[in-house]
Every structure is written in C-alpha cells, then in structure tokens.
Design a protein around this ligand. Structure first.
Ligand code: C2E
Ligand code: MG
Ligand code: MG
Length: 747
C-alpha cells in the first residue's frame, strides 16, 4: 500500500479526512448536540462527489484493460445517486416533525435503489474467467450462503422491528431495502468468488467491504437513535464506505497486475473463505441469542451445534489446503524437467515470449548450451551416469546466473538461458561465468567426467521473433562446436550463410528433401510386402545426400521440424494417391508436431486433398522423444478419431513409463533395432517381452533392423509377424517400391 499518501491519492486523503471529521462530530453530538445536524449529513453528500472523481480518474488509467476502465466509469456514475439519495434523506429527516420515526424517505429509497441496481450491473458486466458448470454451481452456492447469512442479520436487527411496528409503509420500505441489499450482497459475493483476472484482488476486496458497509449500516439505526433521535447510521457508514471505495480505486490504479503491465496474475479464487465467514457470523449470532436464554439444555445443544460446524469448516479448510498444494505440485511438474528440476521447454518458451513482449524494446539475449560428448558418456558409462552429469551441469548453470535469468533444459543434453535485459556485453559476461562454472570435472560413481560444452548466443530485443532468436543461437552454437574446449560465440550474420539451420529452412521450401521407402514385410517363410516406412533424405547442394541424423536434431531444436513434417506428410500422401488403393505407409512424425493444436486438422486436410483413406497411414512417434501430456494427448485422440493408425517407434530405447502404452491410443509398437540385433543370450529377452506386451494390449508388433536370417528366424519364433530391415530391403526410391506393389494390391 505504498504511495497511499503520495500526491496521486489526494481523493483518498480527502475521504479519510471527511470520515475523521464525521466521527468526531458524531461523538460530540452523541454526548451533547452542539453541532447543527445538517453539518453531520454533509460528508455523506460531499464524499460521494470526491469518490466519483476518484473512480473516473481510475477509469482513465491507460494501462488498465478496457473492461476494467468501463467498470470504474460505472462505479463513478453510481456515486451520483448515492450522494443525491443522502441529500434527500437529510432533507427528509431535518424537516420531519418527529425524526425518531422519520424512517427512509421516498427520495433515499429511489436513489439508493438506482445505486444498488447500478452496482449489480457494473459487477455483472465485468468479464469473468473461464468457468466450468461445476465452478458456477459452487459460486452460486457460496454466494447464496453469504446472502442467507446477511438475510438473517437483516431480519434479526431490523426486519422484525418493522413488523412489530405494524406500519405497512415501514414494512414495505424495510422489505424493499432488504431485498435490494441482499441482491447486491449476492452480486458482490458471486463476483468475488468467481475466478477472473481483470480486477486487482485488493481493489475487489475493498469493493466487497464497501458494499458490506452499505448493507449493514442501516441496521444500526436502533443503536443510533437510542443515543439521539437525530443520529442516523448513514452519517457514519457512508463516509466509511467512501474510504473503502477510494482505497479500491487507488489499489486498482497502482496495481502491477493486469494484461497491459505484462505480469500474469495468479489465477486463484479470492475470498473463497467468504462463505465460512458467513457461517461463523451466524454461529456467533446464534450463541449470542441463546446465551440470554436460561435453559442450560438449550445452551448445550447450541454450543455443540456451533462446535460441530467449526469442526466441519476446519476439515474443509485443511482439505482445501491439501488441494492447493497438489495443484501447485501439478503446476510445477507441467513446467519443470523431472530430472534436473529446471524449467522445461514449455516454461522456457513462456519466459522468452514474456521477455520479448516487454514494451520498452530492451535487450534480450538467448544462450543455447549443448554438451559435446554427452552421447559417449551415456553409451559407455550408462544412462545413470549420464543423468548425474546432466543434474550437475544444471546445478552449475543455475548457480552462476542472476535470479532474473531463466535456465531451462530443452531436452537431451541441451540447455538454454533467457538473459532478460542483457545487451551483448552482459551476455558475454554471463557466457564467461557459465564457461567458468563448467570448468571443473563432475565426479560421478568414481568417474571424473570433464565437461565440454558449446554455447551459442543470440542477441535480440523486445519485439523480436522468439523462433528466429533460437535459430540464431543454434547457428552460433554450431559454430562454437568448431572451437576447442568449452567456448561461446555470438551469432553473426555471416554465420547464417554457412549454417545448416538456415540452409535447412531453404531446403524445405525449395524441395531439396526427398523420400525413400523401406518395405515392411511379413515374417513368413516367404516374406510379403505389407507396406513401407517413409524415410526422409536431404539432397544437399554441397554435401550430397544427408541422412536424417545429420539434420533432424537441428530441426527439432529450432522448430523447423514442424514445416519439415508437413513437407514429408504432403509428399507421402501425394505418392500414396498415385499407388493402388490399400497401399500402406508408415510416416515418422515428431513429438513436437503434436504440440501444434492444428496438427490433426492439417493431416485431415491433406488426406482430403489427395483422396487417401486415413487407414492407409500409420504415424510413428519415436519413444525417445516423450510425448508431453496435455494438448499432445488431445491431438493423438483427434488423429485416432480420423482413423489414422499410431505407432510407437524405437520401442525400448526411450524412458516413457509403461503407462504411456495404456494412455496413448496406439495400434503398433516397433521394436528398436538394438534389441533385434542383440545376441540371443543377451537382450533378446526384451524382444520377447515386447511381443508379449503387444499381444496383451492388442498391438501390432514390428521388429526393426533385421539384418540376418538368424535374427528373422528368432523373431518369428518369438511370435513377431512383421519386420523391416536390410535383410529384406534397404530404403529405396519411390519407383523401386512401386515395382513391388502389385504384391500389396493382391494382399
Ligand atoms: P526410424 O524411424 O527407426 O527408421 C528406421 C531407421 O533404421 C532408418 O534410418 C532405416 O534406414 C534404418 N534401418 C532400417 N533397416 C535397417 C537395418 O537392417 N540395419 C540398420 N543398421 N539400419 C536399418 P534412417 O533413414 O537413417 O532414419 C533414421 C531416423 O530418422 C528414423 O528412425 C526416424 O526416427 C528419423 N526419420 C527418418 N525420416 C523421418 C521423417 O520424415 N520425419 C521424422 N520426424 N523423422 C524421420
Ligand atoms: Mg520410424
Ligand atoms: Mg525406429
């Protein structure tokens, strides 16, 4: 609440001053009425004008979203009927012959009615966050609880007196005011309990307080009139209400949240304790009433009932807290890498995006770090040692950077750092710190592992395209690989001319890629062709034909895999369209493709365009690039709904849990060639295990990389029915595969 007394909050100071003056005047007159009563009504009228000005000022704050500014304009407007109603009531009581029984005048009822309707309108028109039906139901129940509690209080403190009075006009006005107040309470409670991220939560709370003061104030009339018939609660409650309103307007204006200021507000339900407060207050009332009763039995029953509700509330609150913790953990797992606990690719993209959307065009650098000999460590010392090495590198990187920098693991042995606000010099300094931190070898399991890494830095500014920056960092990182030891290089434009990344982009656009087809055959004595797997190649203008290993890792890193996959899909379907109906193709896609929400729609569009049946294609997802839960699963379901078949490729090499087989709607598993080729007394048991698993889950099992007759024979004995490998055929051009096709058509 800093800056409360700064020049920006003059209206707030004015409302506080008005409240103080009124409190003093009321106290003085309660003791001895020396101040003219008209003076005591004045703050309630003047304050309304001050608050209106304050609200209009908030509505002009440019950093606020339009809906919020509109809301404050409406709140400002409704101050006018509140002030007028108060002026009318002042006139009504000052001219009344018997102020004790003056009640609420017609003017006040009319103006306050208008004000209450305007509050509800303003609140209901504010856009709410996305709500499920369950959410809405809960909100209505909670708001209803609060309203019920308020109704009880209104009845106990005011309604029943009006009834006892017997004056039908009093009964009617009291009823009308109560209903309006209750509706307002409901609107406010509903609003406060709805998760929405436009309003500042502090401002919201203050509006809640203001409405509560407005609703509760009038019930204090009996207390005030017992001091002096000319004393009305409105003299005090309105100035208090204005202070709460001014605080709300001030909070909203100075709030650092809201879409325009770039900080993402936390989605939570403020005031979810509101219904519990309502229960507590009603319990309090119940206790207060029964205490006057002299029946001990009744007291015991009531106290027990109250204790019971307290225990239930306590139980609820602990359950809430557990839920909250669980949600936090889920949130954490979705955005962090399980091995190193660093932010993952998702969070990295979010942070980079945020840094690049800052309005002030400030410097942002991205550093990409790739370990040079990680594969050897993994292959020679095993995955566990590899994992320890990654954890150590993660800790060292995280330890040498500023808190505002984000270190993330992109996958495998690749890390990335977003250096927010770093110009080239600052990025250089950060790179040097990283190199220093990686200098000492890592000790794992008695092995002393030296770390060698290549760091590529892309220097950018807010407003740059994140994928361009990442691609540049990648190009620089590749250039750094040519330097000895751990080294860092900044991206330079002349690197692009020689870099694989930029070339690959052109290659996809200029159709330098082409497809080979490797037959998939039955494992019978006389193998029959079942279909083929599509394998991409790059006809590089300088280096000749490149295998996928030479460019796919780069494509994965830079996101170029998405256009590449689309190119492969289109080219494959174009081929299929020219081949006999019933020809089957397996097409490799990347886990990255599944993160594109429109991937299934793209596939559907291409199938349509080339008139190919969905059942003719099987999409292969490699197990070594785990499918991320969430959206990717939805895309898989959509593909399955199209009728496309799905295969898990390189099965046995990845680290996906077995539950993946269960969760992902699969049709086929492909045993990785390392298990096909393992010697009989070694890893062949994996091949046996996989075929059993496939049978149990009703999946088609294909063995990859069959090179010898012995391997084929063994696989057949184990129960494999289909296979692929150099023994049967190498990947071949389309025309050669086409020559084999009549066999398919006959099949
Ligand atoms: P993969 O999907 O497991 O494809 C099988 C790989 O094993 C192919 O290598 C194939 O040539 C090779 N292979 C087949 N039979 C034998 C054999 O008997 N012995 C040996 N030693 N190797 C055999 P390739 O074409 O180099 O592809 C490598 C990987 O690149 C593929 O592994 C696949 O994961 C990926 N890939 C290929 N084309 C595409 C594509 O269009 N899109 C995507 N996303 N990935 C692709
Ligand atoms: Mg494959
Ligand atoms: Mg494979």
């Amino acid at each position: 609440m800093d800056g409360l007394w700064s020049s920006g909050s003059r209206p707030l100071r004015a409302s506080v001053a008005l409240l103080v003056v009124t409190v003093v005047a009321v106290v003085v007159n309660a003791i001895n009425p020396v101040i003219p009563w008209a003076f005591l009504w004045l703050p309630g009228v003047v304050g309304a004008g001050v608050l209106a000005l304050d609200c209009f000022r908030t509505s002009r704050a440019e950093h606020l979203p339009p809906a919020v500014r509109q809301f404050w304009r409406r709140i400002g407007t409704l101050c006018i009927p509140v002030g007028l109603g108060n002026a009318a009531q002042a006139y009504h009581t000052l001219t009344a012959s018997d102020p004790l029984h003056a009640g609420a005048g017609a003017g006040q009822i009319a103006f306050q009615g208008v004000a209450v309707v305007l509050v509800m309108y303003a609140l209901l028109r504010l856009p709410f966050g996305h709500q499920t039906r369950g959410d809405v139901f809960r909100v209505v129940l909670d708001a209803g609880t609060v309203m019920l509690a308020c109704a009880l209080f209104l009845w106990h403190f005011s309604g029943r007196y009006a009834l006892e009075d017997g004056d039908p006009r009093m009964i009617f006005t009291s009823l009308a005011l109560s209903v309006l107040a209750l509706l307002a309470v409901f609107a406010v409670a509903k609003f406060l309990l709805t998760s929405q991220n436009h309003m500042d939560p502090g401002a919201l709370r203050m509006i809640g307080v203001a409405v509560l003061i407005g609703a509760i104030g009038p019930v204090l009339r009996p207390l005030f009139s017992s001091l002096d018939p000319n004393l009305f609660p409105d003299m005090l409650d309105l100035p208090a209400l204005y202070v709460a309103g001014a605080l709300a307007a001030h909070r909203q204006r100075t709030a650092q949240t809201g879409p325009r200021r770039g900080v993402k507000p936390v989605r939570r339900r403020p005031f979810s304790f509101l219904p519990y407060v309502a229960v507590a207050v009603v319990d309090g009332l119940l206790l207060a009433i029964t205490w006057r009763d002299d029946s001990t039995d009744r007291r015991i029953v009531v106290v027990s009932a109250v204790l019971l509700t307290a225990v239930v509330v306590l139980r609820q609150v602990t359950a809430f807290q557990d839920n909250g913790r669980l949600l936090l953990r889920l949130d954490h797992n979705a955005t962090h890498d399980a091995l190193t606990q660093l932010p993952n690719r998702v969070l990295f993209h979010e942070r980079l995006q945020k840094a690049l959307t800052m309005p002030d065009g400030r410097a942002v650098a991205v550093a990409l770090i790739d370990l040079d000999d990680f594969k050897e460590v993994n292959d020679t010392l095993g995955h566990e040692v590899g994992d320890q090495l990654l954890i150590a590198v993660a800790q060292r990187l995280a330890g040498c950077l500023r808190v505002e920098d984000t270190v993330a693991r992109l996958g495998g042995d690749e890390f990335v750092v977003v250096l927010d606000g770093a110009d080239p010099d600052a990025a250089d300094l950060a790179a040097r710190r990283m190199i220093d931190s990686l200098r000492a070898p890592v000790l794992v399991d008695g092995h002393e592992l030296p770390i060698r890494a290549s760091i590529g830095i892309a220097d950018g500014h807010a407003g740059d395209d994140p994928s361009v920056l990442l691609r540049r960092a990648d190009i620089a990182m590749y250039a750094a690989k040519a330097l000895p030891g751990t080294a860092a290089l900044h991206y330079a434009a002349d690197m692009a001319a020689t870099s694989v990344g930029a070339e690959l982009e052109d290659a996809i656009r200029d159709d330098q890629l082409f497809l080979l087809f490797q037959p998939i055959v039955t494992l019978d004595e006389k193998p029959r062709v079942l279909g083929a797997e599509v394998l991409v190649r790059w006809n590089h203008p300088l280096h000749g034909t490149l295998a996928p290993d030479a460019f796919l890792p780069l494509a994965e890193r830079t996101g170029l895999i998405v256009p590449l996959s689309r190119w492969v899909l289109r080219a494959s379907l174009r081929q299929l369209a020219g081949w006999p109906a019933g020809t089957l193709l397996n097409i490799n896609i990347s886990a990255r493709d599944l993160r594109e929400a429109d991937f299934a729609a793209t596939v559907a569009g291409l199938l349509d365009e080339y008139g190919v049946a969905a059942s003719q294609i099987t999409l292969e997802i490699t197990e070594s690039m785990p499918v991320e839960p969430g959206e990717s699963f939805l895309v898989l379901e959509e593909l399955r709904a199209l009728g496309v078949r799905l295969a898990l490729d390189d099965f046995g090499t990845g680290s996906s849990p077995l539950s993946l087989l269960h969760d992902v709607p699969l049709d086929e598993v492909k045993l990785d060639r390392s298990f096909t080729q393992a010697d009989p007394d070694g890893r062949v048991s994996v091949a046996a295990g996989v075929v059993h698993l496939a049978e149990a889950l009703h999946l088609h099992a294909v063995a990859e990389g069959v090179e010898t007759h012995e391997q084929a024979e063994r696989l057949r004995e184990l129960g494999y029915q289909a296979a692929q490998g150099f023994l049967f055929a190498r990947p071949m051009p389309a025309a050669d595969f086409e020559a084999l096709l009549p066999a398919v058509a006959r099949a």
